[in-house]
Design a protein around this ligand. Structure first.
Ligand code: UDP
Ligand code: MG
Length: 320
């Protein structure tokens, strides 16, 4: 069994690839690790795939996966994780911002430190301020929601025990939340290691300012999906019952008022003349609708398919 699989998502990074893979191979040879490097080309429009092919021809340990189009970093990591076979799986960005020199340290923390995941922490960051300030805020909120004490959730440099990556599925833009997904799947030993960080050497960042809005929407949906995926009725049913009960109580009150007034010979208003009546009506209808939504969600989750949502066009150097 290989000791290390390095999984690298690649989107328009042709300039870095040969330097990066040479650096990785050097570190692996120096430490005598058996390894593979899985480069996942996420629909690059430059020559990244040609680069990967020619690197894979020269070095056996380099393997390539080519997506038919751009599916995003999460899909690229997922495809790499599916193929990885090393005892420890290390992810890193392709842009040379993460240093391959960290690999031995990360490997040791998993193998000897007993961690399921070790996440890099770019303590000293070389990124523009427009990225670092929102990122602090984002990390604070994620820490608070998840209860995982990491400083830098979105660091591309992370190490995993093999069974962790085989047991989580990442989609959408969930790559920011892999530690959460792992923790929820029972892999709670999560460590952190301060890592070197360089400024981007070539190319440009693939995530703009929208990363923060998307990041928060993903955080909401990832927490929601995690809590209610297997029991959507608990969510919709609760809201539905609350709404229905409100409507029901108002209706009772209206009827009681009417009967009481009539019996005492008081002057009573028509029920349909009262704003409360319409409120009750809306609450009852919404309540029923939420219930029905809950049932449909239950039906849908009961036969969810596990099909991957990306398409692979080509693979090189894999034996199976
Ligand atoms: N990436 C990818 N698909 C995408 C966007 C990015 O595979 O749609 C890869 C990219 O090639 C890089 C990593 O994800 O290896 C991180 O991207 P980037 O460096 O642009 O992010 P940043 O460092 O700005 O957070
Ligand atoms: Mg980068």
């Amino acid at each position: 069994m290989l000791q290390i699989s390095v999984v690298i998502p690649v989107f328009n990074e042709e300039e870095s690839l040969s330097e990066l893979t040479r650096w990785i191979s050097r570190v692996m040879h120096d430490h005598g690790f058996s390894y593979e490097v899985i480069l996942v080309n996420d629909g690059s429009s430059d020559n990244s795939w040609e680069q990967i092919q020619s690197l894979a021809e020269k070095i056996n340990q380099i393997k390539g996966i080519n997506f038919t189009r751009n599916y995003g970093k999460s899909a690229a990591l997922d495809a790499g994780f599916n193929k990885a076979s090393g005892e420890v799986v290390i992810t890193m960005d392709a842009d040379l911002q993460d240093s391959p020199d960290e690999i031995p340290g990360l490997y040791r923390m998993i193998k000897e430190g007993g961690f399921d995941i070790v996440s890099g922490w770019k303590k000293e960051r070389h990124d523009p301020i427009s990225k670092t300030i929102p990122s602090r805020f984002f990390n604070g909120v994620t820490r608070w929601i998840s209860g995982i004490k990491l400083h830098d959730f979105n660091c591309g440099l992370k190490a995993y025990r093999l069974k962790v990556v085989k047991n989580i599925q990442i989609y959408g833009e969930m790559h920011r939340y892999i530690p959460l997904l792992a923790k929820w799947n029972g892999f709670g030993k999560i460590g952190e290691k301060v890592v070197q960080h360089q400024a981007r050497k070539y190319g440009y960042s693939k995530f703009g300012i929208e990363r923060f809005l998307n990041g928060f929407l993903d955080l909401i949906s990832v927490s929601f999906v995690h809590r209610y995926k297997k029991k959507p009725m608990h969510f919709f049913g609760l809201l539905g019952s609350m709404s229905f009960m409100t409507g029901f109580l108002i209706t009772c009150w209206l009827i009681f008022q009417k009967i009481y007034g009539l019996s005492k010979g008081l002057k009573v208003r028509e029920i349909v003349d009262q704003p409360l009546f319409f409120l009750a009506l809306v609450a009852l209808i919404i309540g029923v609708q939420l219930f029905v939504t809950g049932f449909i969600a239950e039906l849908m989750t009961s036969n969810q398919s596990k099909e991957a949502e990306y398409k692979i066009g080509e693979e090189i150097n894999f034996d199976f």
